[in-house]
Design a binder for this molecule. Structure first.
Ligand SMILES: Nc1ncnc2c1ncn2[C@@H]1O[C@H](COP(=O)(O)OP(=O)(O)O)[C@@H](O)[C@H]1O
Ligand SMILES: [Mg+2]
Length: 195
């Protein structure tokens, strides 16, 4: 842990009531700290530990916020600006450039030897400089998944899945062959559930 962040871990004395809430999820609440870093206060120590384990393992990777330490049910990590990919697509639409960036992100999951190679659209952020970051990695080293199930559900809802898969086919035919039937089957399953 960097020396300057020890204060947060050993003697946390920031009043969170005065900090801006950046967001809230099933596992915790994320606040902006006065120095621009963020604190995620988790509802359980277990979920804090498992998320911290992943972020610490990939620490320094450009696709993830850096973490600076954890204590009990909270961790300090870098702020990620921009919009979630879901909100970004809703506002600006989808294009080849973003599709390519998402493909490269999934290739990074392979390089990091994630056993779960999947992520939700809302957990990918498009930063102001147009690069991508994953804010909330879960079960990356514990769950087995070799195709983008969550991502394809999100893309399908946004009406961009077919275009995305077209780009995958053109650019990474091997990956397309790995994903295609699984994605198709999963989308068929969820569309039957909706009927
Ligand atoms: N590093 C971050 N920088 C900026 N906002 C963040 C960051 N991490 C989380 N958030 C915001 O807080 C929300 C909840 O955080 P998240 O880590 O997804 O919690 P949960 O594990 O409960 O789903 C996110 O949807 C996002 O809006
Ligand atoms: Mg979340």
């Amino acid at each position: 842990m960097k020396h300057s962040y020890r204060k947060y871990i050993e003697n946390f004395d920031v009043n969170l009531l005065q900090c801006m809430v950046l967001g809230r999820g099933h596992n915790g609440i994320v606040y902006l700290l006065p120095d621009g870093k963020v604190i995620k206060v988790c509802f359980t120590e277990k979920s804090c530990k498992s998320e911290y384990y992943i972020l610490n393992k990939v620490n320094g990777n450009k696709y993830f916020p850096r973490v600076y330490g954890m204590c009990g049910n909270y961790m300090i990590r870098d702020y990620v600006g921009g919009k979630s990919l879901r909100d970004y697509i809703k506002e600006y639409g989808f294009n080849r450039d973003i599709a390519l960036k998402v493909i490269v992100l999934f290739e990074e999951f392979d390089k990091l030897k994630f056993t779960k190679r999947d992520i939700r659209c809302k957990d990918i952020f498009v930063q102001p400089d147009a690069t991508l970051k994953v804010i909330d990695p879960k079960k990356c080293y514990s769950k087995d998944r070799d195709f983008p199930r969550h991502l394809s559900k999100g893309f399908e809802k946004l009406g961009v899945l077919d275009y995305f898969m077209e780009v995958v086919n053109e650019e990474k035919p091997k990956l397309y062959r790995r994903w295609f039937s699984k994605v198709k089957e999963y989308i068929r399953e969820i569309s039957e559930e909706d009927d």
